[in-house]
Design a protein around this ligand. Structure first.
Ligand code: IMP
Length: 484
């Protein structure tokens, strides 16, 4: 005998309350909420959370929806059902007639007829939405709406509780006061990260103010008849750069499979920009922040001279000539990002023949664990409005620093902004920004000297050398220079 709606709703709420009072992980509670909501309403359901930017909605936990619907792409929060903005429940009896449905063909394919959405609100701030999808056209009753609202409220209680728990643990370690902020609630979703390295990467992106979305969509790679048999879900999407990033912290032997998938993805979706970040790259990125295995590495020295003093000086002269020609009728302001750039900048400007001004800025790489605030430790003093600016860098590696600094400088309204870098480690690029002046494209090695450091050492070397393990017993000379 079918149970009454009332009873089904009561049972669903009770089950969630029980799961919350037992010692289960946040993820389990979220699944219990979504599954319970869907079953009680004989429908599908999805818990959607706003991404770190607060602009995109992501299906975080779903029940009864096909993969192609869940992974269809990002939803613009302000175009999607407006409960996210108005903090009111939104019921759509016929989705075919509603312009807010952002992927109507996929919704039709999934057989969705009506949608009910209620906001998830924490301390007055909307953090997401709980949605129900039915196959029949339904005029949702007050009872339906109040049931889904109760489930949404339970969701926020679970998120708050989880965040409070985290805060308490941190406070016990003397790190921060036990005060639950919306930011902390957002962090609670990091429970959804499949791997700690992904969480760490998200923090690094946050440090650079780069918008990110975790596992935004899946790309079908193979089909049998109408069924998708293989998919690929990149770890991150960076909307501002329209770039997908896949982290691979696996052993090299396991990376081959990922590479195969990536090749296939590129073939099938040539317009998609995706980059693969290998374990080695990732460790280096972490080392920059003082974390990870490379940060602890000892016993390095310079294993090889990459460019001699003469080679560096010759190239710097050529760059200066080029800049002098290009800026013959303009007065550029040259801005260096400290500290690695000081040798290059000093040599470069002394070879430039047009009048120019110089300024410096400094940014800190060490945000500290848990901090996601980019630190400009020294901003420029000159007024850039309407001026022709040349940004001077020592080395571009992932491109994250450059991208951050360029955005910062653009906001100051220069008439033009060019980029000049001495070295370019193109192989490791995450953010690709066109370079106007380039000294040398270098291999994927860590280099030091001529202003560049490793742990603040080696800046005073007059040449550019490759950092490597000291090789005992090798001859002194071009390929083996012991320094400490
Ligand atoms: P990006 O943000 O990854 O492009 O890194 C740029 C910054 O990282 C540079 O300004 C350097 O301070 C540092 N960096 C990157 N690669 C090297 C290297 O090989 N040697 C020394 N510093 C480096």
């Amino acid at each position: 005998m079918p149970i009454s709606k009332e009873r089904a709703y009561y049972r669903a709420v009770r089950r969630v309350a029980v799961s919350m009072s037992s010692d289960v992980a946040l993820k389990e509670v979220m699944f219990a909420i979504v599954r319970g909501t869907a079953r009680a309403m004989t429908a599908a359901a999805s818990l959607m959370l706003l991404d770190s930017t607060g602009k995109k909605l992501i299906h975080t936990y779903s029940w009864g929806l096909p993969q192609y619907y869940i992974r269809k792409g990002l939803l613009d929060a302000d175009k999607s059902l407006t409960e996210v903005i108005t903090r009111q429940p939104v019921a759509i009896a016929d989705i075919g007639q509603d312009s807010r449905i952002q992927y109507p063909e996929l919704a039709a394919k999934a057989g969705i007829a009506s949608i009910l959405g209620v906001p998830l609100t924490v301390a007055g701030t909307v953090v997401g939405s709980l949605r129900v999808y039915t196959r029949e056209h339904i005029d949702f009753s007050n009872q339906d709406i109040s049931f889904v609202t109760t489930m949404a409220n339970l969701t926020t209680v679970a998120l708050r509780w989880n965040a409070l728990h985290k805060e308490k643990q941190e406070a016990e370690h003397g790190e921060s006061p036990p005060e639950v902020e919306v930011a902390t609630i957002r962090q609670a979703w990091t429970a959804a990260f499949a791997h700690p390295s992904e969480e760490e990467f998200a923090r690094i992106l946050g440090f650079y103010n780069i918008e990110w979305v975790y596992e935004p969509r899946s790309f079908p790679l193979r089909w049998e008849d109408d069924r998708v048999t293989e998919m690929f879900t990149p770890d991150f999407y960076l909307p501002g750069l329209d770039l997908y990033v896949e982290l691979t912290t696996l052993k090299q032997s396991l990376v081959t499979e990922k590479n195969r998938k990536l090749r296939r993805l590129r073939e099938l979706y040539p317009d998609i920009k995706i980059t693969l970040l290998y374990k080695k790259d990732y460790d280096r990125l972490l080392a920059k922040y003082g974390f990870g295995p490379l940060a602890q590495a000892r016993g390095y020295g310079v294993s090889q001279v990459l460019y001699s003093i003469a080679e560096v000086q010759h190239r710097v002269r050529q760059l200066a000539k080029q800049i002098s020609r290009d800026y013959a009728d303009r007065h550029p302001i040259m801005i260096g990002v400290l500290r690695g750039v000081f040798c290059f900048m000093a040599d470069l400007i002394r070879q430039i023949t047009v009048p120019l001004e110089v300024d410096f800025m400094a940014i800190s790489y060490y945000g500290g664990e848990g901090s996601s605030v980019v630190k400009i430790t020294k901003d420029i003093d000159l007024n850039l409005a309407g001026r022709h600016v040349i940004m001077v860098e020592d080395i571009i590696d992932t491109g994250l620093t450059l991208s951050y600094v360029i955005n910062h400088l653009k906001a100051k309204g220069p008439a033009s902004l060019a980029v000049c870098t001495l070295l370019d480690k193109r192989a490791r690029r995450i953010v690709d920004i066109p370079l106007d002046y380039l000294g040398f494209e270098i291999p994927d090695e860590f280099v030091v000297g001529y202003g560049l450091d490793y742990g603040e050492k080696y800046r005073n070397l007059p040449f550019i050398g490759i950092l490597g393990p000291k090789r005992p017993g090798t001859k002194q000379g071009r390929s083996a220079i012991k320094l400490d």
